[in-house]
Design a protein around this ligand. Structure first.
Ligand code: IVH
Length: 679
C-alpha cells in the first residue's frame, strides 16, 4: 500500500514538473512545445490524482493557482526599496544627452549598458522569504502598493517556490505583469461570445485581470510575468557586480526575462538596439512601448544615483505614438455631464497599435477649425498608450472635392435644448441641464463612480436603460429602486439586481468629501471636494456659505466659489440633496479646520502653472502635491505666477512664461522643490 502511494506521489510530482516546464516554455520562452489541449490533459490528470489523494497536494502545485475567496478590498504593502519610475527619452538627442551625463559622472569614454524592451504592462514586486512566494504588490505611488498576492499566485510563470538549492532569506523580484497578444485576442473573443465587455488593449486586459478582488477571475485569465530587477534582498548568491549577472541569476531561479535583452556599448549601441527592437516590435509576443537602457555595472549605477524619483543610470527610450491613415465617415457630437458637446469623428475602422479604432475625439470646434477637419477627409489617427485616439491631422491632398465645413449644432442632439458658448470657453454646452437625458446619465454615472459614491456594478449600459425607462431621473432615485424595477431591465438577472441593490445600500455609508464630489458641481473635482470637506466639516455649512467666505479656502478661487454658490442656489439641487439625506446617506461631520492653518504651509501664497506632460506623475497628482504644500495651481500664466512647471511637449503657457520671465521648472527641478518643502 505504502509503495503504491509512493508511486502515485512520484507520478504527481513528475506531472507537476512537466506542467511547470510547459508554463515556462509558454510564458518565459514563448515557445510552447505541446498544444493547449495536451496541456489541459496533463492538468486534468494531476487534478484527478489530487482529488483522490488530497493529502498529497502541495502548496506549489500548479493546480493551486486557482484563486481564493474574494477580498473586500486590497490591503497595503510598503516598499522598503521604493519602486521608482524612469525618465523618458523620445528622440536620439535625448539618448545622447543621457549617455553624455553618464560618461561625465563616470569619467569614461564608452559605457556598457544593458538594453531591454520596455514592457507595456503593470509593475509588480514579488517577495520571496526563504524561497517561498510570500507576498506581491502593485507599484502604487512607488512607496506603498496594493497587496495582490492572491492574484499573482494564479499567474503560472511566477514561481511559487524557488529551487531548493536557492532559498535566500529574502529576495524581492521586480517586474511587469502583462498579457501576451495571443492570449489577449483569445480573451476578447471569449468576452464577445459571453456578451461581456471587451478590452481595448493587452495592458488594460492585464490591469483589469490583476486588480480583481476575486482572484478566481484572475485565474481564468492568462497573464504573464517578466522580471527586470530586484528590490529588497538578503541573499549572498545574488550577483552584485552587473545588472546582466543579476538577470542571469533570476533566470536560474526560473523567472522569465526578456530574451531580447542585450549588452551594448556606447550611444551607437543604444540607438542601434532601439532600431532593431523597433523593427521586431510587431512580431514580439507582447506589447512594448519602448526600450530601457541601464548602466550595466552596479557600482557605476550607485555612483550615478537618483534624481528625485528616477535613476540617473537608466532611461526609457519611448517609441513614437502609433499612427494610421483612415477616413472620416461622419462627425457626431457627444454630450457630457456638464453639457459640454464634444465632436467625435466616426472612422472607417482601422488597426492602430494593436487596437481597432472606430471613433476618435476631435476635442472641440477650435481644433476642428485649426486642423480643417471635414467629413469624408482622409486623416492620420494617433493613439498613444492609454489615451483616447485622436485625429492628428488631415491629408489635404486626398480631399477630392470641396466638402462643407463642419458646424456645431445650435440645438443639443439629445434633448434639443439650445446650445451656447460662453465667451471664455472653448466648448459649446447644452443648456438642458438635468432635463437632458445625456447629462442625466453622465451625472448618475459620475455619482456612482469609484471615487464618488463607489456603487459597484452601476455601469454605462445599466444607467442608460434606467434613464431611458425613466425609473431613475436623479441620483436620489437610485436609493428608491426596488428589485422588480431593476430585474425588469434587459440582461439583468435577479442575482445581479440583488448585487446592485446591495452596492447601493452599502454606498450610504460614505464620507463628506466623496458626497460633495459625487454631486458633480461644476469645477469641483476630487481635490477641491476634499478641501471643502476638510475646512467646512459639514454639508450644511457648505450649502449656506457665501462665495467670499468660500474663497478663504486654499485653492478655491472666484470661479469655483461661484459654481458652488450657483449649484446650491438651485431649488432642484436642494431637493435632490434632501432626498439623498432622507434615504439614509450619512457620513461623519466635524468642526472644520481653519483655513488659516495653511498660512504656515511651506509654499502658501505661491502660484504654480503646469504645462506639458510629466513623466513621473499625472497632472492630478502634481496638483495635489502642490496643494498639499499650500500653493495654488492656476490654469493661466500671469505676472503673478511664481513657477511654471514645464513637462514634455509644453503648450503656449510655456511661451507666455518666457515672455513674462516667470521662473521655469523642469520635472527634476519641480520634484526637487517639492522634496525640499516636504513637511
Ligand atoms: S527598470 C528604477 N526595466 O517602466 C526603475 N522598468 O517608468 C526601474 N518597465 O513602472 C525600472 N519595462 O514597471 C525597468 N525593462 C524594464 C521595464 C520597466 C517596463 C516599467 C516599470 C516602471 C516603468 C518606469
Amino acid at each position: 500500500m505504502c509503495a503504491e502511494i509512493e508511486k502515485i506521489k512520484q507520478q504527481m510530482q513528475s506531472l507537476r514538473t512537466e506542467i511547470e516546464q510547459h508554463n515556462h516554455q509558454y510564458y518565459a520562452l514563448d515557445d510552447p512545445v505541446i498544444p493547449d489541449t495536451e496541456y489541459d490533459k496533463l492538468f486534468a490528470r494531476l487534478q484527478q490524482l489530487e482529488q483522490a489523494h488530497p493529502q498529497l497536494i502541495t502548496v506549489d502545485s500548479p493546480t493551486q493557482r486557482v484563486g481564493a475567496s474574494p477580498l473586500k478590498e486590497f490591503s497595503q504593502i510598503a516598499h522598503v526599496v521604493a519602486m521608482l519610475s524612469l525618465n523618458n527619452a523620445f528622440v536620439d538627442e535625448d539618448v545622447e544627452a543621457f549617455d553624455r551625463r553618464v560618461r561625465e559622472v563616470l569619467l569614461s569614454n564608452s559605457v556598457e549598458y544593458m538594453a531591454e524592451p520596455k514592457f507595456d504592462g503593470i509593475a509588480v514586486s514579488l517577495r520571496y522569504e526563504k524561497g517561498i512566494f510570500k507576498a506581491g504588490a502593485t507599484r502604487g505611488d512607488g512607496y506603498v502598493g496594493e497587496d495582490i498576492t492572491l492574484n499573482l499566485r494564479t499567474i503560472r510563470s511566477i514561481p511559487l517556490v524557488l529551487p531548493h538549492d536557492h532559498s535566500p532569506l529574502l529576495l524581492e523580484v521586480r517586474g511587469e505583469v502583462l498579457m501576451l497578444k495571443a492570449d489577449f485576442l483569445a480573451l476578447n473573443e471569449r468576452q464577445v461570445r459571453m456578451g461581456e465587455k471587451i478590452f481595448a488593449n493587452p495592458r488594460n486586459a492585464a490591469a483589469g485581470s490583476l486588480r480583481q478582488l476575486d482572484s478566481t477571475i484572475t485565474a481564468t485569465r492568462r497573464l504573464a510575468f517578466f522580471a527586470y530587477g530586484v528590490g529588497e534582498f538578503d541573499d549572498p548568491d545574488l550577483p552584485r557586480d552587473k545588472q546582466s549577472h543579476m538577470m542571469d541569476y533570476l533566470v536560474s531561479l526560473r523567472f522569465p526575462v526578456a530574451k531580447e535583452a542585450k549588452i551594448v556599448s556606447g550611444v551607437e549601441g543604444l540607438l542601434s538596439y532601439y532600431q532593431s527592437i523597433g523593427s521586431q516590435r510587431e512580431n514580439l509576443s507582447y506589447d512594448i512601448d519602448g526600450v530601457v537602457y541601464k548602466v550595466n555595472a552596479v557600482l557605476d549605477q550607485e555612483k550615478l544615483g537618483y534624481v528625485s524619483r528616477a535613476p540617473r543610470f537608466a532611461i526609457a527610450h519611448k517609441f513614437p505614438a502609433q499612427e494610421a491613415l483612415t477616413q472620416i465617415l461622419d462627425i457626431t457630437v457627444q454630450v457630457g455631464r456638464t453639457g459640454a458637446l464634444t465632436p467625435v469623428a466616426r472612422l472607417r475602422p482601422v488597426f492602430v497599435g494593436g487596437v481597432t479604432v472606430t471613433n476618435a475625439t476631435l476635442h472641440n470646434i477650435d481644433e476642428i477649425t485649426r486642423k480643417d477637419v471635414r467629413i469624408g477627409d482622409t486623416v492620420v489617427v494617433r493613439r498613444a498608450g492609454d489615451v483616447i485616439p485622436e485625429v492628428a491631422s488631415i491629408v489635404i491632398e486626398k480631399r477630392l472635392q470641396q466638402v462643407p465645413i463642419f458646424h456645431m449644432p445650435s440645438h443639443c442632439p439629445v434633448c434639443h435644448s439650445h446650445v451656447v458658448r460662453y465667451a471664455d470657453e472653448a466648448v459649446f454646452r447644452c443648456t438642458g441641464g438635468l432635463f437632458c437625458p445625456a447629462q442625466r446619465k453622465q451625472a448618475i454615472l459620475h455619482f456612482a463612480s469609484r471615487r464618488a459614491m463607489d456603487i459597484e456594478g452601476l455601469g454605462e449600459k445599466l444607467v442608460e436603460q434606467m434613464v431611458d425607462h425613466a425609473i431613475v431621473r436623479t441620483p436620489a432615485d437610485l436609493y428608491k429602486l426596488g428589485l422588480t424595477a431593476l430585474a425588469n431591465l434587459q440582461r439583468m438577472a435577479q442575482k445581479s439586481a440583488n448585487n446592485i441593490l446591495q452596492a447601493i445600500e452599502e454606498s450610504k455609508h460614505t464620507t463628506l468629501s466623496r458626497f460633495i464630489y459625487a454631486l458633480g458641481i461644476r469645477n469641483v473635482g476630487e481635490t477641491t471636494a476634499k478641501d471643502l470637506a476638510k475646512y467646512l466639516g459639514s454639508l450644511d455649512r457648505l450649502m449656506t456659505i457665501s462665495d467670499v467666505q468660500l474663497q478663504q479656502i486654499p485653492d478655491v478661487g472666484p470661479v469655483v466659489a461661484q459654481s458652488i454658490v450657483n449649484f446650491f442656489a438651485e431649488q432642484h439641487n436642494q431637493e435632490v440633496i434632501e432626498q439623498l439625506r432622507a434615504s439614509g446617506i450619512h457620513w461623519e461631520e466635524h468642526e472644520g479646520q481653519s483655513p488659516q492653518s495653511d498660512a504656515i504651509k511651506p509654499l502658501s501664497g505661491k502660484t504654480f502653472v503646469l504645462t506639458g506632460t510629466l513623466s513621473g506623475m499625472s497632472r492630478e497628482q502634481a496638483k495635489e502635491k502642490i496643494a498639499m504644500l499650500g500653493a495654488k495651481v492656476s490654469g493661466q500664466v500671469s505676472k503673478k505666477t511664481d513657477y511654471v512647471v514645464v513637462g514634455i511637449d509644453p503648450g503656449s503657457k510655456y511661451d507666455k512664461a518666457v515672455s513674462l520671465a516667470v521662473t521655469l521648472l523642469n520635472e527634476d527641478e519641480f520634484m526637487a522643490l517639492l522634496q525640499d518643502h516636504q513637511q
